[in-house]
Design a protein around this ligand. Structure first.
Ligand code: GLN
Length: 593
């Protein structure tokens, strides 16, 4: 860096707050609001798809998986456009505008889909009374309405008030047919809203992390501490949204929850617009002349980048709409191709220590997959499980399902500083586990979390599972997250050569996205038969969850053990003992969290 630098790599005369550059706090609050809207909306999404639009469990899980995958996959495009032309500041602003539009559009819900049941030539409507896991099924005829339930094995539909609807007290489930009628306009609004959010996150997410990195010089000892503060901002946003968006969406109505997510994102956009001078030009376009160059007609490079965003929106909308048609091998192929590309880059363009370190970075990029595939059940299958099978009554109040999303974020905000302190304390005694060992533990914990929940399911017999097991699985998973996610961000930015950091960060998020897709595939395997957005055969559905969760738990724990066994090889590739001019002067211990 050209600026005067004091000990510890801190530029002299820098304006700071609590020891960090002022810019960190704008990024903290912008990302806090962005994650507020992202996680708030995500907490409602699977319930909205299954209960409002009456998509089947399986179709909803795939759509959810495709959405959460694309959200991260598109960061590779947003990141590259920012690196080459737009600069991060403009890219983040554009992303934030798209996000305000996307979340705002989610608030247009329409009347919802209708499930029609035909019995002996007569049509009845099946609906839910209310939202969330407790919403009971109701059958409506011209003459009145009645609650319905199903016998064990779901061979009979039981009508609570047969007189009101003019039906017998029970009718065999094979004696009627059902069909769902959706309002096309509102389903398309949903797809467009999801596509706008995908493009918005694509332009914002990787770039805002890159700006955090740009606030610190290579030798600046505060870099990792800065990333830890930033990661807390992410989770503070998620925590606040689960307590507000989640509750309001269930209690008042979907649109109020989604609308609030949109207002949160607007707060993020305004924060970024007002305070961006604090970034002191660090996220500006690499060349203003280049930006103004005409590409075709009146369109210059800057506008061509924004039009690329429109291209992403169209592509994302088509993909989400047809997510159930995308063959799984196609997504797998994308993962393999990017892997081959990264390895080819390391082998052909790099040599020596640089090559070894890039290979270690590629290992971390891939090693996150089993972790997120299990962890990301949180928003899909685990949300449905919590809604359906968990006794959510606490202190006399039935807690709405999306509120449980707050556990992960709450644990992070509580435990991130403890972990940061713990790594440093262990390092002082030369006991700190290396990053590959932490990753192995993280993956193992993802499996262990599910195994503990399966234990809880077993202990509850035919009844509801105790809510403590939900507290437990989220706690175990969060401990794993703290060993994988911030460690991975830090390692990738350190191990990739400076000229390939952007690409490597994009790859990190791309595989994070592909893992979300894999999570959707796993969630789909748990999907049960439903009518009107609620289960028919409760016992079979519960057994299905337990089986899938047991299988994925053992697989992840096995992978964790293998990762532990190969960790010495990865550690060697990282060349922790070699300190080159490009290395941070700080010990690897601080670097790893
Ligand atoms: N929870 C983190 C975030 O939202 C990491 C997400 C991910 O990489 N899948 O930023």
């Amino acid at each position: 860096m050209s600026e005067a630098v004091t000990a510890g790599g801190i530029p002299a005369g820098e304006k700071t707050f609590l020891g960090h550059p002022r810019g960190l706090y704008i990024l903290f609050f912008t990302e806090m609001w962005e994650r507020f809207s992202y996680y708030g909306m995500r907490g409602l999404l699977i319930l909205y798809l299954t209960q409002h639009f009456l998509f089947s469990d399986a179709r909803s899980a795939v759509m959810y998986g495709a959405y959460t995958a694309l959200v991260y996959v598109m960061t590779i495009i947003g990141g590259s456009l920012a690196d080459r032309y737009l600069g991060q500041r403009k890219a983040v602003t554009y992303g934030a505008i798209l996000l305000v539009m996307g979340h705002g559009l989610m608030a247009f819900e329409g009347d919802g889909s209708k499930e029609l049941l035909t019995y002996q030539g007569q049509d009845y409507q099946i609906t839910l009374e209310g939202r969330g896991g407790d919403a009971p099924q109701v059958i409506v005829s011209d003459s009145g309405r009645s609650y319905v339930s199903f016998n064990e094995g779901a061979t009979q539909m039981l009508i609570e008030d047969p007189g009101a609807v003019g039906l017998p007290a029970s009718i065999p489930t094979d004696s009627y047919t059902t069909r769902v009628e959706q309002e096309e306009l509102y389903v398309n609004i949903l797809y467009l809203a999801l596509a706008l959010i995908i493009a918005g996150v694509g332009f914002l997410k990787a770039n805002i992390s890159t700006i955090v990195g740009s606030l610190y010089g290579l030798g600046d000892t505060r870099r990792d501490s800065g990333f830890t503060i930033f990661y807390m901002g992410i989770n503070l946003g998620s925590l606040l949204s689960s307590l507000t968006v989640g509750i309001i969406g269930i209690v008042w109505g979907w649109k109020w929850g989604f609308g609030l997510a949109g207002i949160g994102m607007l707060a993020g956009l305004l924060t970024f617009l007002v305070f961006q001078p604090w970034l002191e030009g660090r996220a500006d376009p690499p060349s203003l002349e280049k930006l103004k160059e005409k590409v075709f007609g009146p369109i210059n490079v800057e506008w061509a980048c924004y039009l690329a965003g429109v291209g992403i929106i169209i592509f994302a909308m088509l993909t989400v709409m047809n997510s159930h048609l995308i063959p799984q091998w196609f997504v797998g192929m994308l993962g393999v191709l990017v892997f081959l590309f990264l390895v080819a880059y390391a082998v052909t363009k790099l040599a020596g220590i640089e090559r070894d370190r890039m290979l270690a970075a590629i290992y971390f990029i891939l090693a996150q997959i089993p972790f997120w595939a299990l962890f990301e059940q949180a928003g899909s299958s685990l949300t449905l499980f919590t809604a359906r099978f968990v006794d959510r009554t606490m202190f006399g109040v039935t807690v709405p399902t999306p509120v449980f999303q707050f556990l992960n974020a709450g644990y992070i905000v509580l435990f991130a500083p403890i972990f940061a302190w713990m790594w440093i304390a262990l390092a002082k005694n030369k006991l700190e586990p290396s990053a590959p060992v932490k990753f192995a533990f993280g993956v193992f914990l993802a499996g262990l979390g599910f195994l503990s929940l399966v234990g809880g399911i077993g202990a509850s017999g035919v009844g509801l599972t105790a809510v403590y097991f939900i507290f437990l699985i989220y706690w175990i998973h969060t401990m794993g997250e703290l060993m994988v996610s911030p460690v991975g961000l830090s390692q990738v930015t350190k191990l990739a050569p400076a000229r390939a950091v952007g690409m490597s960060m994009g790859a990190w998020f791309l595989y994070s996205g592909l893992s979300n897709y894999l999570a959707g595939v796993i969630a789909q395997a748990t999907g049960a038969e439903t009518i009107g957005g609620q289960l028919t055969d409760v016992a079979a559905a519960k057994a299905g969850y337990a089986e899938v969760y047991t299988n994925v738990a053992y697989i992840a724990m096995g992978i964790g053990v293998v990762m532990l066994l190969i960790s010495p090889i990865i550690k060697k590739l990282m060349h922790l003992d070699v300190v080159s001019a490009e290395d941070d002067p700080q010990p690897a211990s601080v670097a790893a969290h």
